[in-house]
Design a protein around this ligand. Structure first.
Ligand code: 4AD
Length: 463
């Protein structure tokens, strides 16, 4: 079928004006009088719709006039220029074929629906303006990330989703099993007998591809992963999901400063790419979702990210302890309220916080000379807080095994990881960017549930 896409009409209108064309799409709105009518048609190829004008010259005028919002139509007719700058043309229909009718109870009527309501119909919400914009930006952003890394020669590694180890050591894993949970086999000591399970041992959905990613960085020098990760965190917040996507680059012969440089360059590249390639969508967000969005993003591209150590950050935050629900002191993990205060009130731009106490960070991070802190960095951005977590990795076999022992980790489970420190160990560093948090940052959308096509959060796994 030779349907012209609406995107093509806007991009190359001079090729189509006064010509006969055929388009297919879904009805956004329809109004008719006795002898003519207007349909706003959207075909999903671009943000803007196409206006269809039809009249009683159509054989099936009354059938068309009776169609409901949501119906799928094919329209044949002449594209004519209009004096309207926003909609510089319309199609005068010679034929309208009703490909698929929609019933009057179609849930997306021509009015504003709340995001909460739209979450209950996640299969239909991509047909609304906001979600067309969100998911087009999400798609572009994914492409921009691949482009950024591929242009620099990074190798894209597909790390496994089912693993036998807990990368972050936080115990927030979804277990994977084929055992019948109503009849779990037990050993003589009464423990679960995993030898009966599919993999013969406990396994879980991955919380991060990092450990596997590191093994490839030690072969390819610079790699990245980009895939789904899973966390059984019982956090019912606007920025936590149980299933989210993470981008995890890993670079060999690199330290924490190189890591931050890479993260900053990546964020700026992606913002620029999306601003250039989705101007309609970004203007929409700026007008209807977050008024200062474009100014803020343009400012970010042109400014240098702040850098502050955890110890300095704590000193800065302690001065404002009266404003926080959770009081700050050296050793505590930063809460969202602290992160946002730092980036929004103190630095007024994205900021890297570095060198956290080892007790609140993962086992694999490089121990600093002070013996108390590790070479970690979190990137905090206004409106969200943490968007990236990363570190230089501990490359010294003895220091790493000692740390693992302190934390009660079983060396046997991490043999492959320790091998990297035995066979040609090298300085290396990496980070994880939460993809959904990046989309929230780019669009100004305030809830992670509204930037994932089918969100999975505590007590919610619909569709
Ligand atoms: O700081 P995290 O836990 O770091 C890691 O997983 C490292 N292995 C990354 C690395 O060094 N390769 O998570 C990284 C990022 C966070 O900054 C956040 O943006 C996102 O992943 N994230 C979540 N996003 C949505 N929902 C959740 N439950 C998230 N948990 C982490």
């Amino acid at each position: 079928m030779n349907l012209i896409e609406i995107k093509d009409l806007y991009e190359n209108k001079e090729n189509f004006i006064d010509k006969e064309i055929e388009v297919g799409g879904w009805v956004r709105s329809i109004r008719d009088s006795k002898t003519f009518g207007f349909i706003v048609l959207n075909d999903g190829t671009c943000f803007k719709p196409l206006q269809v004008v039809y009249s009683d010259k159509l054989d099936n005028f009354s059938e068309v006039s009776k169609t409901n919002i949501g119906a799928a139509l094919i329209v044949k007719g002449k594209l004519v220029a209009t004096p309207n700058a926003k909609q510089p043309f319309e199609i005068q229909a010679d034929e309208v074929y009703v490909e698929g009718e929609s019933t009057p109870d179609y849930p997306l009527q021509k009015k504003r629906h709340s995001f909460e309501y739209l979450r209950t119909i996640s299969h239909l919400r991509p047909r609304t303006n906001t979600f067309q914009a969100v998911f087009r930006v999400r798609s572009l952003c994914a492409y921009a990330i691949h482009k950024f890394f591929q242009e620099q020669g990074f190798v894209y590694v597909h790390t496994p989703l089912i693993t036998g180890s807990d990368c972050e050591g936080a115990g927030e894993m979804f277990q994977v099993t084929t055992m019948d949970l109503n009849n779990v086999p037990k050993t003589e000591e009464g423990k679960v007998d995993y030898t009966e399970d599919f993999f013969g041992k406990p396994t879980n959905l991955t919380v991060s591809g990092q450990l596997n990613g590191e093994t490839y960085a030690m072969a390819f020098k610079k790699i990245y992963t980009f895939g789904p990760t899973f966390r059984a965190e019982n956090s019912n917040t606007t920025r936590h999901a149980a299933e989210f996507w993470m981008i995890e680059p890993e670079i060999a012969f690199a330290d924490l400063a190189d890591d931050m440089e890479l993260a900053e360059a990546m964020i700026k590249y992606v913002i620029k790419y999306v601003l250039e390639n989705a101007p309609e969508e970004m203007n929409f967000f700026n007008n209807f979702v977050d008024k200062g969005l474009l100014d803020r993003l343009n400012h970010v591209i042109n400014s240098e990210f702040g850098r502050v150590t955890y110890t300095e950050a704590i000193k800065l935050l302690e001065e404002h302890n009266d404003k926080f629900e959770y009081k700050v002191s050296w050793g505590v993990d930063l809460q969202t309220e602290h992160e946002r205060y730092l980036t929004e009130q103190i630095f007024k731009r994205p900021v890297f916080v570095t060198d956290y106490p080892k007790e609140i960070k993962a086992f694999y991070m490089k121990l600093n000379k002070d013996g108390k802190t590790v070479a970690a960095m979190d990137c905090l951005v206004p409106g969200i807080g943490e968007i990236i977590g990363g570190s230089q990795r501990e490359e010294n076999y003895e220091v790493l095994t000692k740390r693992m022992e302190e934390l009660g980790l079983n060396e046997k489970d991490y043999q492959f990881y320790l091998d990297l420190r035995k066979y040609g160990t090298a300085r290396h560093a990496g980070f994880g960017l939460g993809f959904e948090r990046m989309i929230m940052y780019l669009t100004g959308m305030g809830n992670i549930r509204d930037v994932i096509p089918f969100p999975r959060t505590v007590n919610n796994c619909e569709l």
